[in-house]
Write a protein that binds this ligand. Sequence first.
Ligand code: 2AM
Ligand code: CA
Ligand code: CA
Ligand code: CA
Length: 281
Amino acid sequence: MAARRSAILNVMTATAQKAARSLVRDFGEVENLQVSRKGPADFVSSADMAAEKIIKTELKKARPDYGFLMEESGAAPGKDKDTRWVVDPLDGTTNFLHGVPHWAISIALEHGKEVVAAVVYDPVKDEMFMAEKGQGAFVNNKRMRVSGRSHLDAAMIATGMPFKGRASSPTYPQELERVSAEVAAVRRFGSAALDLAYVAMGRYDGFWEWHLSPWDTAAGMLLVTEAGGFVTEVGGGKNPIYGDSVLATNQILHTHLNKLIKPTVARAVKTVTKTASDKAA
Ligand code: 2AM
Ligand code: CA
Ligand code: CA
Ligand code: CA
């Protein structure tokens, strides 16, 4: 079935394509880009900045009243206080800067704290992932469905390694060990937006990562739910976009995968509490 794109998805896909042309040009001569560091393992390049500028200009032209939350320029409220774009102009910057062809543009539209439309575009593979609340999810012109795999021993699970240092994710090594021991394969490709798109498409059966930002997850989350999957925080919390973790799976594996990851989380919370009270004593 072909996707009939609404006006808003047309705006979002055209914007993503325009930014993609700039990014693809820069990807072709990555050695000439200006790169700076925002933190210890946090890079931003002139490609990220140029793409963000294009996206902001195009979206502003199409919907002048909407606000923005963008990775590089932050929050900019619009006249319409209820509606804003949540944008990552380049998800997978580290891949991009190393010439690894796995990165994407992520654009979500949030209305009244709810994501109502989403586009994730991978220009290298020419895959345009899109969804609108209540209308299903599509890749190019094909409907997407999450996988039907029901056993962890056949599942491919994606994750992201903690990028804020070991101390910020003390339970992650055990989580990875427990998950690796039970599933067919674990993958770590370095773009959370594409990880979520691949769960929506049924390529991956699940994905979890800690400490992502709203621009990494907002669009991908709607792709997964509109493709019939589940997205929560690790442990089941209902705020994966603004919380501190995301767990996305097909319909069947959510409880299993959550249980595998969660026990170590519970232990870590106890340990932290004890240390804090020790200090106070
Ligand atoms: P980015 O490329 O837009 O920064 C990979 O684990 C995911 O984490 C990617 O979506 C990446 O988004 C994000 N990420 C990687 N390093 C990061 C850092 N140092 N700070 C914040 N987010 C990061
Ligand atoms: Ca970044
Ligand atoms: Ca990102
Ligand atoms: Ca980014």
